[in-house]
Structures are given as structure tokens and as C-alpha cells.
Design a protein around this ligand. Structure first.
Ligand code: HEM
Length: 489
């Protein structure tokens, strides 16, 4: 009896008091062992917004370990964006990284001690090899033309836009990473996307969240349908392709030339260190391999997913398509689209901003780890606390956007029809760990999509357009759909 009474008291203290005992902001009461996992939903933002209304602009959730969630524009800006060094670290998914990378390497979940060096190296390299350059824009336009040429021949067939978009984006990322240009129809790209489609659902969700807290669950893989084994196998296959690509780059690498890809720059850095008799430090093979995987993983499916969503919104909103076409016809006509044209295309910019608002690519943003004590909203957050900068909550918040689920480019235009850039919409995240590929991604999406609209008319297969559903897993994308494409003259 006494034991039951003590356990009940312990449960009540834990349930109602654990956040306060640990000095964390309030939040939904967690259950022992599972925390708030019973409320897990693939559309977690809806759940988070309810908790925000109940507990305040920052709150603690247990998934199943404690995480301080920030999903408010002002709080994100005043802390994660302005106070960048405090939020530089990540709460890396150590178990996941061990399963797929053999350690905390790469450019997304690298060890926090090497973040500054590796991120700086990657940013400089990507800038040097042409992010933001006219040459890269030419390449993107070339692929957009290739896609349009194929689509214009599709006659009355049903088209899955994914196939050609994927080939184009895949080629661009492959080139940036390895300096290798593949032919447009190279089956490697299709194989790679298949592997990624297999891998991403396995990498996210409740099982992986539990494994981070209770690593012993890895030994009970048989209970979960051998998901970890499957993940290991698919990672191994993916890494074999990456290793082969690194080998090819290494063979053609000439240290006297200016590096034209990330891997060449990495090899050049290794050579420089070797010649100077300096230790390799973090410029070792595992970091090279996993950085290539990071660039591929972060830069491929995300961009494909946003472009697919653009096409799906077009067939769901034919009146929007007509407005986009009219604007392009009047401003650009038949000449080649340039990235700079955005300044003269307010409706196109409004359309893309609306797609970016709704098209979140990560159901849960990557977790940060505070690097020092800090104060947020009057709460003292100690160094080492896990923080989730969930900016997509802002995009879905009815206090910020009227009818947030409703697709409406017009909301981004003022009375004079001019485009209004909205600082609350941050699809590439905020702060010192925001997306490394934003410049490239924005250019790819604009140049490709504007070229599509300029040259093609998109219609549903039947009278009713397909509904918009989303995949679940580590990343998020619209589910498969087909449409019809007619050439525009
Ligand atoms: C439309 C396309 C894209 C979207 C919407 C997108 C979005 C994001 C988001 C939300 C993050 C998480 C940032 C955070 O932790 O707070 C991220 C990280 C990252 N992205 Fe992108 N991304 C896109 C394309 C790209 C491209 C093209 C590349 C490179 C070729 C890239 C490379 C990266 C890398 C390396 C990171 C990790 C940065 C870090 O942790 O320091 N992304 N991206």
C-alpha cells in the first residue's frame, strides 16, 4: 500500500512538476518513459500550435526527451537569429548518425566542435564553385529547357513531373558535389532517388526518436520489422555509389586547377595540409564521404519537392496559372528567363513565397543544443538544452496568416500589386545553422518554374485536380500525382 502511495506521489510530481524541477519552461505534462509521444502526429505543427496557445511562446515537450520548442517569429528572430553563437550547436541524432554514418560527420549533424570550421569551409567552397554565378544559372536554365522540350512532346499522356525534375536537380547537385556531369538519362540518378525514398521514411518518426533516448532498443530490431537493418543496408548501398564518385573525382583531380566541386576543394585542402606537414584534422575521408552525402541528401529531394508542389498548386488553381502566364508573357515574352527577372514578376514572387510558406520540407526542424546559458522569454535556459526552432509553426499560425491552410499568392501583394517580402516566412530556417544551399535552391526553383510556366500549360488528368497529400518520414513532400501538359506557343 505504502509503495503504491509513494509511486502515485512520484508519478504526480513527475507529471506536473518535472519541467519546473529541471528549470524548463512549462509544457504538456509528460508521462514517465514516453513523455508526450502519445500526442505524436506527422503534422506536429498543429499540435504544437495548440500547446503554444496553452503554455506560451516557448514551451517544453518530451519526444521522448525534453525539448524547448520555439515557434514564434519574434522569439525566433530575437534569439536563434540574433544570438547565433548560442544556437550554433545541434542536438545530433547520435544513434541515427552511428547507424548511417558511423559517427557525427558531414555538414548537417557534424560534431559540434567542428561546426565552425566545416561550415565555413563548405560555404566558401560553394561560393567559389559558383553559387550565385551566371554560369550556374546557365546550367540550371539548360536543364529547364531540356525538361520543357520533353514535356512539350508528351501529347495527351499522363505525366509524372517528378521524373524529369529529379534528373535535372540530381545532375546539378552531383556536379556541385563531385564535378562530374552525368548524361540527363543516367540511371544512377533514378537509382539514387529510389534509395533516398527508401531511406527517408526509415530515418524519421517515433521509433528513431525512442532509439535516441533508449539506445538498447537497437538490439530489439526484430520487434520493429528489422527497420534498422534495412536502414543500414540502404545506407551502405548509397555510400558505395558516393565512394565510387569520390574515386572518379580523385582520378581526374589536378591540384594545379581551381577546384570546380566540393570534393575537389576537399582533396585540395588535404593536399595543402599534407605538403605543409600539418595534421589532417577534420579533413579525413569519413568527413569527405559524409559531407558529400549531406550535400546530396539536403540539396536534392528538398528542391525536387518544392518544384513538384509548384506544379500541383498550378493544376489546383487554374486562375493562378493564367495570371502567372500573363505576367511572364508581358514581362519576359519569349526570351530566356533570367534569375534577375524576379524583380519584374511580383505575382510569380508571391506564388513562390506562398509555396515556400506551405511546403515545409522537414516535419520537425533539426534540433539545436544551446552552447551557453541564455535567457528566452524570461526563462533561464542552461547550456546544453535541446531547442527546436520550429519556424514552420509560424507559417501555419492563424494569428500570423489568415486561413493559413489556404493557398493564396495574393496575400503577398500590396494594394498596388507589388510583391511584399514577408520576414515571417523562413523556409530555409533562421540563424547560424540555416540552410547552406538557399541561394542555389531559390535560383533553381525560380528559373526552372518560370521556364515551365513560360512554355507549358498544366492541366489535371480528369475534371477534378488531385488532392494535396504529404509523405511521412524524416522529410516531407507532396504524394505522387500525375497531370497533363500542353505546349504553349
Ligand atoms: C528548396 C530547397 C531547400 C529547402 C526548402 C531547404 C531547407 C533547409 C532547412 C529547413 C534546413 C534546416 C536548417 C536548420 O537546421 O535550422 C536546411 C539545412 C541544410 N541545407 Fe537546405 N534546403 C533546400 C535546398 C538545399 C540545397 C540545394 C543545398 C545544397 C546543395 C542544401 C544544403 C543544406 C545543408 C548542408 C544544411 C545543413 C546546414 C547546417 O546544419 O549547418 N539545402 N535546409
Amino acid at each position: 500500500m505504502l509503495i503504491i502511495a509513494l509511486l502515485s506521489i512520484a508519478f504526480i510530481v513527475y507529471y506536473f512538476g518535472i519541467n519546473r524541477i529541471l528549470g524548463l519552461p512549462p509544457g504538456p505534462p509528460p508521462l514517465p518513459l514516453v513523455g508526450n509521444m502519445l500526442s505524436f502526429d506527422w503534422d506536429m505543427d498543429k499540435v504544437f500550435l495548440e500547446w503554444k496557445a496553452r503554455y506560451g511562446r516557448i514551451f517544453t515537450v518530451w519526444l521522448p526527451y525534453p525539448i524547448v520548442v520555439i515557434g514564434d517569429h519574434k522569439v525566433l528572430q530575437e534569439n536563434v537569429a540574433k544570438n547565433g553563437d548560442v544556437f550554433l550547436g545541434k542536438r545530433n541524432p547520435e544513434q541515427l548518425m552511428d547507424i548511417v554514418c558511423g559517427g557525427e560527420y558531414g555538414l548537417v549533424f557534424e560534431n559540434n566542435e567542428m561546426v565552425k570550421e566545416q561550415r565555413k569551409f563548405a560555404m566558401k567552397t560553394l561560393h567559389d564553385i559558383g553559387f550565385g554565378s551566371a554560369a550556374l544559372e546557365d546550367t540550371v536554365h539548360h536543364y529547364a529547357q531540356e525538361i520543357v522540350t520533353r514535356w512539350r512532346k508528351s501529347k495527351d499522356e499522363e505525366v509524372d513531373v517528378t521524373e524529369n525534375i529529379m534528373r535535372a536537380i540530381g545532375n546539378i547537385v552531383w556536379n556541385i558535389t563531385f564535378g562530374i556531369t552525368l548524361e540527363f538519362d543516367n540511371p544512377l540518378l533514378i537509382k539514387f532517388r529510389e534509395l533516398q525514398q527508401e531511406m527517408l521514411p526509415l530515418m524519421g518518426g517515433p521509433l528513431m526518436m525512442f532509439i535516441e533516448t533508449y539506445p538498447f532498443l537497437r538490439k530489439l530490431d526484430f520487434l520493429f520489422g528489422y527497420k534498422i537493418k534495412q536502414l543500414q543496408e540502404v545506407t551502405k548501398e548509397t555510400n558505395n555509389y558516393i565512394r565510387e564518385a569520390i574515386k572518379s573525382t580523385n582520378i581526374s583531380f589536378n591540384a594545379d586547377n581551381q577546384p570546380s566541386s566540393y570534393i575537389e576543394a576537399f582533396l585540395a585542402e588535404q593536399k595543402k595540409r599534407e605538403e605543409a606537414g600539418k595534421p589532417m584534422g577534420n579533413f579525413h575521408y569519413d568527413q569527405m564521404l559524409n559531407s558529400a552525402t549531406s550535400l546530396w541528401g539536403a540539396g536534392f529531394d528538398t528542391t525536387v519537392s518544392i518544384l513538384r508542389m509548384c506544379c500541383l498548386e498550378l493544376i489546383n488553381h487554374p486562375e493562378v496559372q493564367l495570371k502567372l502566364q500573363k505576367e511572364i508573357d508581358e514581362v519576359v515574352g519569349e526570351r530566356r528567363i533570367r534569375n534577375d527577372d524576379q524583380k519584374q514578376l511580383p505575382y510569380m514572387c508571391a506564388f513562390l513565397q506562398e509555396v515556400y510558406r506551405l511546403g515545409k520540407v522537414l516535419p520537425l526542424n533539426f534540433l539545436r543544443k544551446t552552447m551557453q546559458d541564455t535567457e528566452i522569454e524570461g526563462y533561464t535556459i542552461s547550456s546544453g538544452t535541446t531547442v527546436l526552432p520550429q519556424f514552420s509553426m509560424v507559417h501555419a499560425d492563424a494569428n500570423e496568416f489568415e486561413r493559413p491552410d489556404y493557398f493564396c499568392p495574393e496575400r503577398h501583394l500590396n494594394e498596388d500589386g507589388a510583391f511584399v517580402k514577408d520576414p515571417r516566412i523562413t523556409p530555409f530556417s533562421v540563424g547560424r545553422r540555416a540552410c547552406l544551399g538557399e541561394t542555389l535552391a531559390r535560383m533553381e526553383v525560380f528559373v526552372m518554374f518560370a521556364t515551365f510556366v513560360q512554355n507549358c500549360n498544366f492541366t489535371p488528368v480528369g475534371k477534378v485536380p488531385p488532392s494535396i497529400g504529404y509523405t511521412t518520414g524524416f522529410s516531407r513532400a507532396v504524394t505522387d500525382f500525375v497531370l497533363k501538359i500542353q505546349p504553349r506557343n
